[in-house]
Design a protein around this ligand. Sequence first.
Ligand SMILES: [Zn+2]
Ligand SMILES: [Zn+2]
Length: 339
Amino acid sequence: MEPSLTSTSTSSLCHHCGRRPAQYLRAVSGERLCLRCLFNSLERKVLKTIRDERLIEPGDYVAIAVSGGKDSLVLLHMLGKFRERGLLRDVKMEAFTINEGHPYSCFYRMSRRDYVKELAAKFGIEYNVYHFRDIFGVTAMELSERLAKAGHEVHMCTIDGVLRRRAMNLIGRRRSWTKIATAHNLDDEAQTVLLNVLMGNLSRFRWYGTYEDAEEKDLIPRIKPLKYIREEEIALYAHYHGLPLMELECPYVTTNPRYNLKFMLAELEREMPSVKYNLSSFGGKLTRILKETTPEAQPKRCKHCGAPSARDMCRVCEFFEKAGLLDAYLQKIRPEINI
Ligand SMILES: [Zn+2]
Ligand SMILES: [Zn+2]
C-alpha cells in the first residue's frame, strides 16, 4: 500500500506546531499535521504505551519479531531509537525472523534478511534467523505435504501460526527472552476483535491483548507496542524513514478470514472514523471484565511434550501425530520437554 497524503493548500498549517504546512489529516480527531509532528506524535504514543502498560521494564530482554513487512521494520526502528536515546534503560534486545520454510516465507521473509541485519546493526541490536527445520526437524511445506498425504488438509496459515508461536517459546527459553515484541497495529487489533465477535469466540477475549493463544499462555509474554497506531500512519512513518514499503501478498492470504474483514472495516471507517479504536477498546474492556469474573483455569499440559494446552494433546503434537512424525518431533525437542 502506498501512503497517501491529503491534498493541502499552502494556507493550511499544522495544528500542532503552527509553522509547517499540514500534510496529513487525522480523520479520527480532525487534526491536520505536518509530517514531523505526525512522526513525533507516533513515537510519543508508542513510548507512552510501553510506559503506561509497563510493556518493557529495566532488566528485560526483548525479542523483536521481524517479518520483513513495514510494521515490523517500524517497530525495530522505533525500539532501537528509544534505546539509543536512553529512553529504555537497562534493556537488552534481539531482532529475529522465523523462516517457516515454504516458497512464500523463503521469497518474502528471507529476501529482506540483509536489510534487516543492517537496520538492527545500526542500533547495535543482534539479528538472528531461526528455521522451522532446525527447531522441528521439518519445514512448514514438508509438514503440510505429509499431512495432506495422510488425508488432513490444514491451511498453511494455521500451520505457520501454531508452529511459529511454539517456535518463539522454544527459542525464547533457550535465549532467556523475557518479552516478545510483535508489530500488531490498531488495524490488526480491530480485526482480531471483530473476528472473535463474529465467530462467537468469547473465551478468546480472556487472553486478548495479553497472549496470542490460550495454548501458549503462561509462557513468554507477547507485547504489542504499536497496537494503538493505525496501519496508514505506520506506512507513512516507514516511507519517510526510508524503510522499504513493498508488501508482497502472501498467496495463502485470500483464503484467510481476515482478508475480507480488512475491507469491511475500511468501509465502516468512512462512516465512523473511530471504529477501529472502538473495537480495540471494546476488546480490552471485555478482557478486563472476563479476568475479574472468571477464575483462572489451571492450565493442562500436553501429555506428549508438556506444553500448556487446552486439551490432552497440544495442536503442535496433533499436527505431528497426524503427519506420522510425532516421535521424530519429540526426539528433536527432547531437551525442552517439561521445562
Ligand atoms: Zn507540525
Ligand atoms: Zn504437545
